[in-house]
Ligand binder design. Structure first.
Ligand SMILES: Cc1cc2nc3c(=O)[nH]c(=O)nc-3n(C[C@H](O)[C@H](O)[C@H](O)COP(=O)(O)OP(=O)(O)OC[C@H]3O[C@@H](n4cnc5c(N)ncnc54)[C@H](O)[C@@H]3O)c2cc1C
Length: 347
């Protein structure tokens, strides 16, 4: 046998699964053709609170407990900064929202993160007449930098092929699969929106959502925290801020659009009150499943094929924990929770 695993896709899902394989001394080869870029464009924010309704994000605590050490370990390995810890300031739209904030602050799972105080805005370039609520324990992972370093290292180790995986060139036998001249015990597909082209799994109900982001240069803004209002605004340093993101369920391309940019600029004008210049405009497709949960597991008819997808809008927090669950399921037969298992969609 050449490898224990072939991995298709090296975004957040692929990286998290490869880390599991390394931990357990399994051999692997990765294929990535750069056809999708969700992880490369992601804002990278992690935040355990749904900021529309002030409710906890699904399983957030458990996810964060694993995610933060996961990125810290990679920071050490690559000697780069990945985890930028940043408070989030949620701008209130009304007195009612202020009240809702204080009610939510007392709730279990939320009071560790939500500060029960009304923050008055003193920055003349931010529009917040009703004040803001502050969240701690939040931040931004530099996912693009992570993917870049991860790819470089795997290339140097001879463990990454920067090429498309052709599904029809795979042959499956009782104990292994052959792909071209390579033999492996299993294949794990971590393809993001690329799933749509995968003949083994493309019947799963993916409801992908395109997102666009702009990066602005705004020397007069002077904020060192994340702002959530009509849009998110994340400080990147050097007076640069990432602003986003849009949600578009119809456009299936990953090209930035004029409409997306206009929407972001319009929303941004309701949040800030100073001059800025757009220096970058990006877009990608969030791999989201119909019920907004990840999707993991083995193919019902071919146990040598597995799927790791559906990271949706929160890949940063979810990926490490899901990778561990999938690994334990494949190698140790540990049952997957019903809400994330592939068989929830099988009739
Ligand atoms: C605009 C935007 C903003 C976002 N902001 C955040 C955020 O702030 N916080 C957060 O947690 N999440 C955010 N997300 C979501 C996050 O990006 C995703 O959850 C996550 O990146 C998905 O990772 P993935 O590995 O499943 O998919 P991807 O990153 O898309 O990776 C899939 C990989 O598979 C490869 N591939 C596919 N098919 C093949 C094939 N046949 N052969 C070879 N390679 C193949 C692709 O090239 C790609 O590299 C955002 C997403 C977008 C689009």
């Amino acid at each position: 046998m050449d490898f224990d695993y072939i991995i298709v896709g090296l975004g957040l899902a692929g990286i998290a699964f490869v880390e599991e394989l390394k931990k357990h001394n399994k051999s692997f080869l990765v294929f990535d053709d750069s056809s999708q870029n969700s992880s490369l464009v992601a804002g990278g924010m992690y935040n355990p609170v749904v900021l529309k309704r002030f409710t906890p994000v699904w399983n957030a605590h458990e996810q964060l407990e694993m995610a933060i050490p996961f990125y810290q370990k990679l920071e050490k390995k690559f000697r780069i900064k990945l985890d930028h810890k940043l408070d989030i300031y949620r701008i209130f739209k009304s007195i009612e929202e202020q009240n809702n904030w204080f009610v939510a602050c007392d709730k279990k799972l939320l009071h560790d993160y939500m500060i029960p105080e009304l923050i008055y805005n003193s920055n003349k370039n931010i529009r917040a007449p009703f004040g803001m609520g502050k969240l701690t324990g939040t931040g931004r992972i530099d996912v693009k930098n992570l993917v870049k370093h991860y790819k470089k290292t795997l290339m140097e180790e001879g463990l990454l092929k920067k090429e498309k995986f052709y599904y029809d060139e795979m042959k499956s036998y009782d104990e292994y699969v052959d792909y071209k001249a390579i033999r492996a015990k299993r294949i794990v597909f971590c393809e993001g929106f690329g799933l749509k082209k995968n003949p083994f799994f493309n019947e799963l109900p993916m409801k992908e959502v395109k997102g666009e982001l702009i990066t602005i240069h705004a020397p007069d803004l002077n904020i060192d925290y994340l702002i959530k209002s009509a849009v998110f605004m994340m400080p990147l340093g050097d007076n640069l801020y990432k602003v986003g993101a849009t949600f578009n369920w119809n456009d299936k391309t990953k090209d930035p659009t004029k409409d997306g940019k206009e929407e972001l600029e319009l929303k941004l004008s309701s949040v800030i009150n100073c001059k800025y210049k757009i220096v970058e405009h990006t877009a990608g497709i969030r791999p989201t499943i119909k019920d907004r949960r990840p999707i993991l597991g083995l193919h019902p008819k071919n146990k040598k094929l597995a799927i790791f997808n559906g990271l949706g809008t929160r890949g940063v927090m979810i990926a490490p924990l899901m990778a561990r669950k999938l690994y334990q399921h494949i190698e140790n037969n540990m049952e997957l929770d019903k809400e994330i298992a592939i068989d929830r969609f099988q009739k």
